[in-house]
Design a protein around this ligand. Structure first.
Ligand code: FAD
Length: 595
């Protein structure tokens, strides 16, 4: 086992991790640990754009952007965080431009902007052009640009190093009111090097988690195979709460039956959703901005069309995305990749035929709670010195109950940058926390028991069953019955997980073993999502309860906070404690959410 020592360790080399590394690398000795080669991170799959109120093509300002973000998130957004994001958006885009990102341009040479769902002019009057983009490969361009700049600043990467545990200690401390409590401190992380199977401990003054989302909890998802919620689960296992896990975004336009994403840019550029009768049904659900309503509303409307028998296709189980009225040259210039996906995976020609689509799991609004300096919370009052999180793994919370399209590429740049700065500043004055004895023991035991197990259960089979039940019972529509069914199934899978065996008993490149560990994370995250969903008897944003179809601001205008706690029980589920946290409001009172 090797021990490395850095001022700052960043876990994850997606957009958030690398944006943090650019800042931290210029201020402190920084290492980035990543299970994927950096440019394979999911940020590279992002298509449609990154928004900022540049007002390059239409009147716009950061205050309208803040309002849209708060309303889009169904008012459970922390408004101070949304203000920071909307204000810093403009520099975030200009920074990327200066780093060399090839944005699409207007004829005058300015960064071009296009429409996206929920982004409006003057508090909802009409769609506004706010999304900056590079064709439909914006994320690819961001990831490449950030990587090149990390290389320029000599950031040290440890590629294909899986972080599988965090080293934490607890110290006695006293609150301002005199009550004693246990203050958590981070000492470093424990990782497994894929190529050798060796364990490495990284001691650090600051640790930044930037491990991305957890979409692989679902079967139908736009997310990459590797998005298994590792960072969230590792934090959760160390007693750090997870915030707002019931809020999961289903993107309206996944390719039917596959879940592969067709960016909302398709509708931003003029695409229209139709049911089997050819009707533009969004006119009924969101009369003002129609197909460009926020994703939760569009996804639910589509699912409703199918339920009420107006779905298209032989099984009437999808709706149609119609681009046939757009000029082929326009499609080729603005939407080249996604139209190619329709041809390749469904054999449909978007110039002349509408494309079958259905909602696909896309984004986790919840995650590791942080403040606006990206500092991780250990409870509602206390942060953990030296521990930071940014990007999809974190919940700051700028997305509330529903994220607006193009706000995530923005989030990772704004809060990734902040995490890098604050982590490096903290490391300047802090001392290393002493490493606990046998810090590697927990991971070693986990690996040994998986590798030596003679069990009869298989990782792939359990994962498939988990994904099936989440698709069936935790998707766009939920109720107490469906959620309880999901929780029971997850409970059963957890028991069977104890009897799981991996086929590959070797040390080097043992992906079989790693998928076994990732399944453990998926089970934890799926349980947290379901228990949080059961706990919220109202409908808000991406969380729609058929048994409680209305929003209940009197009781539920709060964040949910779930803690792993062996002594607790919540809604009949042992080992989880439920709490709530106030939403930070600055200037917007909750209104009815009409579009
Ligand atoms: C198909 C698709 C299209 C999208 N389009 C858009 C869009 O147009 N606009 C928009 O705003 N948003 C979009 N999104 C959402 C957005 O791309 C993501 O939310 C965002 O890129 C997440 O960035 P991240 O840095 O947090 O995580 P990621 O880019 O997912 O990076 C996670 C990193 O963590 C590392 N990691 C994970 N676990 C471990 C571990 N255990 N040990 C070590 N390293 C680990 C990985 O190696 C990776 O480097 C899209 C998402 C998808 C899936």
């Amino acid at each position: 086992m090797q021990v490395h020592k850095y001022d700052v360790v960043i876990v994850g080399a997606g957009g958030a991790g690398m944006r943090a590394a650019i800042e931290s690398g210029q201020r402190a000795r920084t290492a980035v640990l990543t299970k994927l080669y950096p440019t394979r991170s999911h940020t590279g799959a992002a298509q449609g754009g990154m928004c900022a109120a540049l007002a390059n093509v239409e009147e716009d300002n950061w205050e309208w952007h803040t309002f849209d973000t708060v309303k889009g998130g169904d008012y459970i957004v922390d408004q101070d965080a949304a203000e920071v994001m909307a204000k810093e958006a403009i520099d975030a885009v200009l920074d990327l431009e200066k780093m060399g990102l090839p944005f699409n341009r207007t004829p005058e040479g300015k960064i071009d902007q296009r429409r996206f769902g929920g982004h409006t002019r003057d508090h909802g009057k009409a769609p506004v052009r706010r999304a900056c983009y590079a064709a439909d490969r914006t994320g690819h361009m961001i990831l490449q640009t950030l990587y090149q700049n990390c290389v320029k600043h000599n950031v040290e990467f440890y590629n294909e190093f899986y972080v599988l545990d965090m080293l934490m200690v607890e110290e006695d401390a006293t609150r301002e009111d005199g009550t004693p409590y246990k203050q958590k401190r981070v000492a470093g992380v424990v990782s497994l090097e894929l190529a050798t199977g060796e364990i490495h401990i990284f001691q650090a003054k600051s640790v930044v988690f930037a491990t991305g989302g957890a979409g692989k909890v679902f079967k139908t998802t736009s997310n990459a195979h590797t998005l298994t919620g590792d960072g969230m689960a590792i934090a959760y296992r160390h007693g750090i709460p997870l915030e707002d896990m019931e809020f999961i975004q289903f993107h309206p336009t996944g390719l039917a039956g596959l879940g592969i994403l067709l960016s909302e840019a398709a509708r931003g550029e003029g695409g229209i959703l139709r049911n089997a009768d050819g009707e533009r049904f969004m006119e009924r659900y969101a009369p003002t901005i129609k197909d460009l309503a926020p994703r939760d509303i569009v996804a639910r409307s589509m699912a409703n069309e199918v339920r009420e028998g107006r779905g298209a296709g032989p099984n009437k189980d999808y709706v149609l995305l119609d681009l046939t009225h757009l000029e082929p040259e326009h499609i080729d210039a603005k939407l080249p990749d996604i139209t190619e996906f329709a041809r390749t995976y469904l054999g449909v020609e978007p110039y002349t035929e509408p494309v079958p689509v259905f909602p696909t799991c896309h984004y986790v609004m919840g995650g590791i709670p942080t403040d606006i300096e990206a500092n991780v919370l250990q409870d509602n009052e206390t942060t953990i010195p030296g521990l930071y999180a940014a990007g999809e793994v974190a919940c700051v919370s700028v997305h509330g109950a529903n994220r607006l399209g193009t706000n995530s590429l923005l989030d990772i740049n704004v809060f990734g940058r902040r995490a890098g700065i604050y982590a490096a500043e903290y490391a300047k004055d802090a001392d290393f926390v002493e490493l606990p004895d046998n810090g590697e023991a927990f991971l070693e035991n986990q690996i040994e028991s998986l590798r030596s197990a003679e069990g009869t259960e298989k990782v792939g089979a359990l994962r498939a069953e988990l994904q099936e039940v989440m698709d069936a019972d935790m998707q766009v529509f939920r109720s107490e019955d469906t959620i309880r069914r999901a929780i029971d199934k997850i409970d059963n899978l957890r028991e069977r997980y104890k009897n799981v065996a991996v086929q590959d008993k070797g040390k080097r490149y043992n992906l079989d073993l790693l998928e076994g560990l990732e399944l453990g994370y998926l089970l934890d995250i799926a349980e947290a999502m379901s228990v949080a969903a059961l706990h919220r008897p109202e409908s808000r944003g991406g969380h729609f309860r058929e048994d409680f179809p209305d929003r209940d601001d009197d009781k539920w205008m709060v964040h949910s906070m779930l803690y792993r706690d062996e002594t607790a029980e919540t809604e009949g589920v042992k080992g989880i404690r439920f709490d709530t946290k106030d939403v930070t409001m600055t200037r917007y009172e909750p209104m009815e959410r009409k579009y």
